[in-house]
Write a protein that binds this ligand. Structure first.
Ligand SMILES: Nc1nc2c(c(=O)[nH]1)N[C@H]1C(S)=C(S)[C@@H](COP(=O)(O)O)O[C@H]1N2
Ligand SMILES: [Mo]
Length: 542
């Protein structure tokens, strides 16, 4: 055989690209059609969980930087989209590399289809194992999932070999020019066919995708005949009459459910079926217990709290912070049912996605506000926000507060949780932070004969509250802002400062003091490992 005329490795890369794009589209279609896993996301999640902590933290920071820098909109959803793109890109790269390897070994090793099959299996079997270890969204059974993944990759591998054989066959023609034309024509046909498969698979998959599937919990806990009405639809916020009014342009004091940020380690949020779920309470307890969601709702006096939650990765003045109305059972009441042994000092809380965190029992027992929450805004938790159960621990960043809880284990010592093992702060106490949301130059107010521009935003310092917010314009003195009564002692505080303005270009800076008298840290630092610090500054021309 004429070695120089074997299909090149570059051709292998192109063929790998075409066939792998089709494969991904077919996986997507099957996900929507029969509920099998979308494997690029599973592999991405698995890689994310197994990369070294510093690398993953660096990656998260860069994604947040890009999303913030390019103004890609709301950070948490843009970041998820970026992660989805990376997941698909990663699978594509894997497919291309595998195709290059195949095109490199086929001239030497036979039989070709068997080699293709083996390469397909070499990728497919690990992907199947990874998927079965991390996937929490597939609705098809494990046997179907595993067979489907392995079969799809096997066919893909054989198809790669088939293309190789077909391309090589074009060498057998007599004249080089005819060969080349034939080979090019074949590649173009192949490109057209794979593009058609990709478009059809993705298109049909998108059509089949149930709208808002991720937000509708599979719950039977609420009386099905009763329409589910959001708490906020029928109630005033407790501080409706408070003053001052937020400066026009201040973010909503109560974050609408659909706008609450979402951060977790899953490409797709785990779907937990209420019928299959119980909360397991185990470890150093005298009475190991399992509770259903209905029992959690009915056997304990519910506690309602307005809560501001923030991600430790929130950049200064970022949008990974939101305020909702949480309902749940105090954790200490729930633990009482299991009768803790005296040796127990901490609780390890584990989630459906294998996320975990540890909270000390002293805090749980001393603070009724530590709760197992099952509702936000009076509705069962949205799937992406942790259905059926999540924990609330005041004063700590979101990384300490597992969603999709499955198990609580009483243990005799403190242990590191998921993000602590990856180098983040072991306490993750919320930093004091203050943000300028608006300089409302178009909403001038008059006070006597003075014309004032309302400036406003939020300040937050976990459960410590905010005692003071100050605003500085250019190099002027710090001026004290008015503080609006917050929704609760653990939510952000809306502040406002009406400024006797001067036309021109100005710099606005804000700082706060928490309820313990601690001033906001002015030194600029990124979010890793303990939460971002530094003062927020904006510029504007009046
Ligand atoms: N099971 C689980 N719980 C989790 C996480 C996770 O990845 N898995 N992420 C945590 C982090 S880092 C944050 S900031 C909050 C975010 O909660 P939200 O998405 O409902 O706003 O969830 C926390 N709980
Ligand atoms: Mo977070």
């Amino acid at each position: 055989m004429n070695e120089s005329r074997k299909p090149s490795l570059l051709t292998g890369a192109v063929v790998g690209l075409m066939l792998t794009v089709s494969l991904i589209a077919i996986f997507y279609l099957a996900t929507q059609l029969i509920g099998t896993p979308f494997v690029p996301f599973d592999v991405f999640d698995w890689v994310g969980r197994n990369l070294p902590g510093p690398l993953i933290s660096f990656g998260i920071d860069r994604i947040v930087d890009v999303v913030t820098g390019l103004n890609l909109g709301e950070t948490s959803s843009a970041a998820k989209t970026a992660e989805h793109a990376l997941a698909v890109g990663g699978m594509l790269a894997t497919g291309i590399i595998a195709a290059i390897v195949l095109f490199a070994i086929l001239p030497r090793v036979k039989p070709r289809y068997l080699v293709g099959l083996l390469v397909g299996l070499a990728v497919g079997v690990p992907v199947m194992l990874i998927s079965s270890s991390v996937n929490l969204t597939a609705t098809a059974g494990p046997l179907v999932n595993n067979l489907w993944i392995v079969a799809a990759f096997a066919v893909w591998g054989v198809a790669l070999a088939w293309v190789y054989v077909r391309l090589e066959g074009t060498q057998m023609a007599a004249a080089a020019t005819v060969e080349q034309i034939d080979r090019r024509r074949f590649l173009i046909t192949l490109g057209g066919a794979t593009a058609a498969i990709t478009v059809a698979g993705t298109g049909v998959g998108l059509l089949l995708r149930p709208e808002e599937s991720e937000v509708i919990p599979t719950t039977t806990a609420l009386n099905a005949t009763e329409p589910e009405v959001a708490w906020s639809a029928g109630n005033n916020l407790p501080n409706v009459d408070a003053t001052p009014l937020p400066a026009p342009g201040t973010r909503p004091e109560f974050t609408p459910l659909d706008r609450h940020y979402r951060i977790d380690i899953n490409s797709l949020p785990p779907t937990v079926r209420e019928e299959d779920w119980t909360l397991e309470i185990t470890g150093l307890v005298d009475t190991p217990t399992r509770l259903t969601l209905t029992e959690l709702r009915e056997n304990f006096d519910p506690l309602d709290q307005f809560v501001t939650l923030s991600c430790i990765s929130n950049p200064m003045a970022g949008d990974l912070i939101s305020t909702q109305y949480w309902t749940g059972a105090p954790l200490r009441d729930v633990m009482a049912v299991a009768n803790l042994k005296p040796e127990a000092t901490h609780l390890r809380i584990t989630s459906a996605d294998n996320f975990d965190e540890v909270v000390d029992l002293e805090t749980v027992m001393a603070d009724e506000r530590v709760m197992l929450a099952y509702a936000w805004d009076g509705l069962p938790l949205r799937v992406k926000h942790g259905f059926p159960l999540r924990v609330y621990i005041p004063n700590h960043y979101g990384m300490k507060q597992p969603k999709w809880i499955t198990k609580i284990e009483a243990i005799p010592q403190w242990e590191e949780g998921y993000w602590v093992r990856r180098g983040w702060d072991k306490d993750a106490i919320m930093r004091g932070t203050s943000v300028i949301d608006t300089v409302a130059a178009n909403d001038v107010v008059t006070d006597g004969n003075r014309q004032l521009i309302p400036i406003g935003g939020i300040a937050h310092a976990g459960a410590r509250g905010i005692s003071k917010v100050e605003v500085k314009i250019d190099d002027g003195d710090w001026a004290t802002a008015e503080l609006r009564t917050p929704l609760s002692e653990v939510t952000w505080v809306v502040w406002r400062y009406d400024w006797a303005f001067e036309a021109g270009s100005h710099t606005f800076t804000v700082r706060c003091v928490d309820g313990d008298g601690e001033p906001q840290i002015e030194m600029v630092a990124g979010s890793h490992p303990s939460g971002a610090t530094g003062l927020h500054t904006t510029r504007g021309t009046i």
